[in-house]
Write a protein that binds this ligand. Structure first.
Ligand code: F6R
Length: 595
């Protein structure tokens, strides 16, 4: 939700800001803005639309500037609401929400302030102006004390030149340390072309960036970004989403590398929680959207492999419920970004009541990784497309390993653990075989592209995968799709099935195969078309359904790691045939840092 960037140093700021905004565009693409300071001259540009259409011409001189890509929260999408917001020479870019902005605005208006936008952010510039005497960071500190809500902010002003003041509360902020200056950004993708050394701000911290140094209230550890700059480019692919799906087998390999022993797993991030996990009675798995689908799959995996009570919840729901919590419980937060506001709010509540908080996270140094007591990185590298794909595969892989870890603390036999581990090692190869078949999936997606409603069904481990397939299709194609357990069809959804509502059925050779075949027959009896995701070698299913996508055979508990891949590809090619804006679907943003 909104990306912020700023540069101060010896180089020209303008191209660095444009480059950063392009990298951050996935966080918001309603409008963008740039402010460059050159002594007393201020260049301010705001535009509705996408920074990707900006050619970077009209270079403005200046070694200091800030920029913003917006995902509208308060105030419509128009030029006056684009950031930076200015009042009396104070320029602000902001990611987050000022919850008490209406009260603050009323007070300021009474004092004679005039507002130029409908945003919550503009009050920050006004408050700073009220507080300013001769030092920008002092004014920022005092102004932010009046704010309730979340912010990652960067502020510049010709009234206190040669510095960028930044601050963080519940929205991410990092500083990139370059040879020739400093960059502030919402995440590492915006600095990776210039440096791999970053410092992450914590909640409540304020920092001042100058040409030759930066100052935070306390000493911070420098972290090293462990991916290369080409990981944030599309390479040979037309879209990031396709590139990221094509990386899925590789993700399984990376996530498991060095972590698989013969009959157990080695997860460094769980070492310090080992004893508490031994005594844990129940695991809550918490996520949003695709992260929730991974959590739901994790619930089945933990019950089956670890033999522990597990319950998956959407963060936005569980945080308001009165579920039983306490020191004998653990909560695993599943998130690509590690910045999802609902997850973080829920994490805070769980911590307060003594639940052991753990994370399955992709982004290194994100708030979730710092607020949890341990966890496991998914090691997927940067995921840029708004629709999450490879991160989901990374989450499933890590949750499988955590299940083995918990299982070996309980009753999981060495033989069963060995069997799962040796099959996990086969999955990158098997996943690649599915990708080799992408042409068939592309043709099928094209064949079905005129339909406006889809049903996805699966049972047991593949029920969350049905939900994931449906979410991916709806979010990038804008067609209606729902994912339900196969067994639920007859309790209502069957009323919607006819020749205009195809069903995608995950029907692999496993313990619920016969039940799924019955569900498919229920659909066929209502003239519904069926595409099956089936196990290689299953000849029988061809005679029942309209189309089949085969995937290699694997253990039942590992099927989701393969059955997801054709569904991600199907959604991608479906959206491609409708000519949708695949990497940046309308109304969405990658990191949902507001509630
Ligand atoms: C769907 C999608 C979203 C995210 C959700 C959680 O393709 O991308 O549903 O999965 O917003 O985001 P993270 O994983 O960053 O917590």
């Amino acid at each position: 939700m909104c990306g912020i960037i700023g540069y101060i140093g010896k180089k020209q700021a303008y191209p660095i800001i444009i480059n950063g905004l392009k990298k951050l565009e996935y966080r918001g693409y309603d409008s963008y803005g740039i402010c460059i300071l050159n002594n007393d001259n201020v260049f301010l540009k705001k535009k509705v639309g996408r920074i990707s259409n900006e050619n970077g011409e009209n270079l403005r001189d200046g070694n200091l500037g800030i920029g913003h890509s917006r995902w509208a929260t308060t105030g419509g999408v128009c030029e006056k609401n684009a950031h930076p917001h200015e009042y009396n020479g104070f320029y602000v870019v902001h990611n987050g929400i000022v919850e008490n902005y209406k009260e603050l605005k009323e007070d300021l208006i009474k004092k004679g302030h005039k507002f130029n936008s409908d945003t919550d952010t503009e009050v920050i510039a006004h408050l700073i102006s009220e507080e300013f005497k001769d030092n920008l960071e002092d004014a920022v500190r005092k102004a932010l004390k009046k704010i309730i809500g979340s912010y990652g902010v960067a502020i510049v002003s010709p009234k206190d030149k040669d510095k960028i003041v930044i601050a963080k509360m519940s929205s991410p902020i990092i500083i990139g340390i370059c040879k020739d200056g400093h960059i502030v950004a919402s995440d590492p993708s915006a600095v990776i072309d210039f440096t791999k050394q970053i410092v992450t701000l914590d909640d409540g911290e304020i920092a001042v960036l100058k040409k030759d140094g930066y100052m935070i209230l306390k000493e911070k550890k420098i972290e090293i970004i462990d991916w290369e700059s080409d990981a944030v480019s599309k390479g040979e692919y037309e879209h990031f989403m396709l590139k990221e799906i094509m990386e899925e087998p590789n993700v399984i390999e990376n996530a498991t590398q060095g972590r698989l022993l013969e009959d157990n797993v080695k997860l460094g991030g769980l070492e310090t929680s080992k004893e508490r996990l031994e005594k844990t009675n129940k695991i809550y798995l918490v996520g949003c959207g695709t992260g929730y689908h991974a959590a739901k799959t994790g619930e089945y995996l933990m019950e089956e492999i670890a033999g522990i009570d597990a319950e998956a919840h959407m963060a936005s729901e569980i945080r308001y419920r009165n579920v039983r919590l306490g020191p004998n419980y653990a909560a695993i937060f599943v998130s690509q970004s590690g910045e999802t506001a609902d997850n973080l709010a829920c994490l805070k509540r769980m911590k307060e009541v003594g639940v052991l908080p753990l994370g399955v996270t992709n982004v290194i140094g994100s708030t979730q990784t710092r607020e949890t007591e341990g966890g496991v990185y998914t090691r997927c590298g940067p995921e840029i497309a708004v629709a999450s794909t490879k991160a989901f595969i990374g989450q499933l892989t890590v949750l499988t390993m955590i299940s083995i870890f918990l299982g070996r603390q309980r009753n999981l036999s060495k033989e069963r653990a060995k069997e799962i581990i040796s099959e996990l090692k086969e999955l990158p190869r098997k996943g690649s075989l599915i990708l080799d078949n992408h042409k068939q999936i592309q043709e099928l997606a094209k064949k079905y592209s005129q339909f406006k409603n889809f049903w996805f069904i699966g049972r047991k481990f593949n029920y969350p995968i049905a939900m994931e397939g449906a979410l991916k299709l709806k979010e990038i194609s804008y067609v209606h799709a729902e994912g339900t357990p196969g067994g639920e069809l007859k309790h209502g959804p069957l009323a919607l099935i006819d020749e205009n509502c195809p069903t995608i059925a995950i029907c692999t050779k496993d313990s619920v195969y016969d039940k799924m075949i019955s569900n498919i027959e229920e659909v066929k009896a209502r003239n519904g078309k069926v595409i099956a995701i089936a196990t290689e070698g299953d000849g029988k299913i061809k005679d029942i359904v309209d189309d089949v996508i085969y995937i290699p055979e694997t253990l039942e508990c590992l099927t989701p790691l393969l059955s997801t891949i054709p569904l991600h590809l199907f959604a991608y090619y479906f959206a491609l045939s409708l000519n949708r804006d695949i990497d940046k679907p309308r109304n969405l943003a990658k990191s949902v840092t507001v509630e």
